[in-house]
Design a protein around this ligand. Sequence first.
Ligand SMILES: [Zn+2]
Length: 104
Amino acid sequence: MNIRATCPNCGDVVLPREAMQVRLCAEDRSGTYNFVCPQCRTAVSKNAEDRIVQLLVAGGVKLDIWHLPAEIFEERVGPPITHDDLLDFHIQLQQEDWMADLLA
Ligand SMILES: [Zn+2]
């Protein structure tokens, strides 16, 4: 079965359903569909509302459910890292016993 999609360069294109993927975020339920244009080889990704996700999946397009990285939900403490912190760390890494210094 073929799917009709729109490439930003070529306009309407037809591709096999196996050439398209639907990605759905498990946490916020946002969806996209993705394909490589069969004419110009551009990678295309477009937002997809629930209705579009359901239509594509019902049509046999592969569904990929992904999760936001756990770090997003971690509680952060302390001030943000600055460029000076990075420079200090870089200089520290050049010392021979940098690991012992960090652990101290
Ligand atoms: Zn194209």
